[in-house]
Design a protein around this ligand. Structure first.
Ligand SMILES: Cc1ncc(COP(=O)(O)O)c(C=O)c1O
Length: 375
């Protein structure tokens, strides 16, 4: 029996991880500036995380959503408090795709329309509606052709107005910083225009914070830079520091109805304990501030390397753009310098998505390795 091969694997077999380091089966130590795709937010094996999960495991690990789970309420209250996003309610699920699928579904329930507007280069996950709203033909099957999605360019107000005027648009889904797509961002003015347009045409504005949420950009959510209030906020990745958990914040103007959504695993006791430990650590270690500070340090330091064409992103959701395919460089960083970084749909871009508590010395290590490779 072999595995269904969908991932082109790097030949590395990690057995242990601590903080921002990963150790393989040969005892080799790697600096993790990828965080398993922006998932490891508070660092591998953080003491708060281990304590919270093991304590919870000794009490109750799981029960279904048809009984009271006070931990979900605690998660909701703490997210609302730490993000300052008032007037929202929480629905918990288990992944980013599921969070977006629920968000699109909630919008359609709310305004009884179905067309989705998404953006070029978007990535929203692998479930049907989320994948339909993803701008990548290579990963879509015939099954993903039935949902009506229109892809627009960021900042193109004219096309937006032309589309929404048809009155059938249920939701507009956008990433404040595109993750997989390569760290492009819409202008602040355009995001505000999206908000106004959604209000005018009874459309739900969905800010996909699956990758950019939970402090990664230095704000709790990346859309907060634009001073707007989305109707629905899907989140996942950094929320559980590796525990599979996602959630959707839903503005209170959208009314719930019994049976409208559902999940077996979403928001179980263990998942909640993981989220609570992440929230506690973000607060205790002031990780939003650390993300912001390290962004400045990173941009100053890395801008000294002349072959880097552009440094993109915010906080610790960063990208280095070259005028060549960065695939070989990424491989050399792993195998010659023991540093994990991420790729992107934009082949010329290296993505940097480390734990939010890394230090300047870890950025120096990347700088040194890049200087060596790009001389
Ligand atoms: C912005 C965004 N949305 C949704 C997803 C899908 O999340 P998941 O892989 O947890 O389903 C991703 C994953 O990379 C993402 O970056």
């Amino acid at each position: 029996m072999s595995l269904f091969k969908v991932y082109p694997l790097y030949n590395i077999n990690p057995l242990q991880a601590k903080g921002c380091y990963v150790y393989d089966n040969k005892g080799k130590k790697y600096l993790d500036l990828y965080g398993g795709h922006a998932v490891i937010s508070i660092g591998h094996g953080h003491p708060n995380y281990i304590k919270s999960l093991s304590n919870q495991l000794n009490k109750i690990g799981f029960y279904s959503n048809y009984i009271i789970n006070d931990l979900q309420k605690e998660v909701a209250e703490k997210i609302i408090k730490q993000s300052s996003c008032k007037d929202y309610e929480l629905f918990m699920c288990s992944s980013g795709a599921e969070a977006n699928e629920n968000a699109l579904q909630i919008a359609s329930f709310h305004n009884n329309k179905s067309r989705i507007i998404a953006f070029k280069n978007s990535f929203h996950g692998r479930s049907n509606a989320a994948l339909s709203a993803t701008d990548n033909q290579n990963i879509k099957s015939k099954l993903n052709t039935k949902i009506d999605v229109t892809f627009l360019k960021f900042n193109d107000r004219e096309s937006l107005i032309k589309e929404v005027s048809k009155s059938d648009v249920s939701s507009i889904i956008f990433e404040s910083i595109q993750g997989v797509g390569g760290l492009d961002e819409p202008d602040s003015g355009f995001v505000k225009f999206l908000r106004e347009t959604c209000d005018k045409y009874n459309i739900c504005l969905i800010a996909d914070e699956v990758q950019s949420g939970f402090g990664r950009t230095g704000d709790f959510f990346a859309f907060q830079k634009h001073n707007i209030k989305p109707d629905i906020i899907p989140m996942a990745k950094g929320m559980g520091n590796g525990f599979p958990v996602g959630g959707v914040l839903i503005n209170k103007k959208i009314k719930s109805k019994f049976g409208m959504l559902g999940t077996t695993f979403g928001g179980n006791h263990l998942a909640c304990s993981a989220v609570l430990s992440v929230l506690k650590t973000i607060e205790e270690e002031n990780l939003l501030k650390n993300s912001k500070n390290l962004e400045v340090y990173f941009k100053n330091k890395l801008s000294k390397i002349k072959s880097i064409k552009k440094i993109k992103g915010r906080g610790l959701m960063l990208g280095l753009e070259f005028d060549f395919d960065a695939g070989e460089l990424r491989k050399n960083l792993i195998f010659k310098h023991n540093i994990f970084t991420g790729g992107s749909a934009n082949k010329k871009l290296l993505r940097i998505l480390p734990p939010l508590n890394i230090k300047t010395k870890h950025i120096d290590m990347l700088y040194k390795a890049l200087k060596n490779e790009l001389k």
